[in-house]
Design a binder for this molecule. Sequence first.
Ligand SMILES: [Zn+2]
Ligand SMILES: [Zn+2]
Length: 329
Amino acid sequence: MNTTKTTDPSSRLPLPARLATLGAIFLPFFGVIVAIILVWGWGFTRADLAILVTMYVLTALGITVGFHRLFVHRSFETYMVVKVIFAALGSMTVEGSLLNWVAQHRRHHQHSDTASDPHSPHHQGQGVIGWIRGFWHSHIGWAFVPDVTSLTPYVKDLNQSRALRVTSVLFPFWVALGLVIPATLGGLVSGTWIGAWRGLLWGGFVRVFLVHHVTWSVNSVCHLWGARTYLSHDQSRDNFLFGILALGEGWHNTHHAFPTSARHGLRWWQIDLSYEVIRLLSLVGLAWDVKLPSKQARLDKRRDSEASRGPHHNHSSAVEAVETVESRR
Ligand SMILES: [Zn+2]
Ligand SMILES: [Zn+2]
């Protein structure tokens, strides 16, 4: 567990830089919504919307429930066939193969917001330029930085499973399948080739674009804007908008405080669709050993609680030790 102290660079962020980066995220989203309105009725129909939403939710769940909560943090256990289905769905978002994604994210938690974090927005210099560069780096720029660290040690557990190794290597196949499925659906629903092309466009390319930005925003936005309810040794934030859009992953400060918890939105109003899916899986016997932080752990980690202000309190080890396991097998 990382114990490096970080300063709070976000507290002195210049307003123009904040606005510029906010625009960089929301203008493309806004552009897609405007495009949908402009072509509504001929270029975008109810069938296109249904295909887009279905593909978005299913493949994003592949990332949130599969890649992230199941594979990176092992916050619940399930059958191998379910693991492979989630791994395939997650691969369809075109965010890299299973093993690579898991390794990078484990590295992020180990070094969160220090210089060794693969995608922290906080180490690209001072002032307006530093802020914009930091935002760009954490959002997408980091993906273009050549890796100097070996990622193999981070995925020793997954490497032991032949099924998962093969699923990971098949990444290009899953990507192609993620485009073929919406195209086929579009063709079947409309009975035309044009319908198939529209399925490919909306359920394939536009869907990948939306999932990309939402996932990357968890790395960028959720380390810059939002509430810091729990102690977490980094700049992670609980961000309401991405709590919804990223299917629960935007409750990111809570996640950094309780990384192995299957539930990220711990309060009743923090909508966490990914956890609802895990809960549903556990109700029908497809998930077990679902990890959740105990009430005491949550109290201990609250920034405003008495316990967390104690001079000798070791936050990280205390919380890891009291996390409870809810077994429903
Ligand atoms: Zn993070
Ligand atoms: Zn995580």
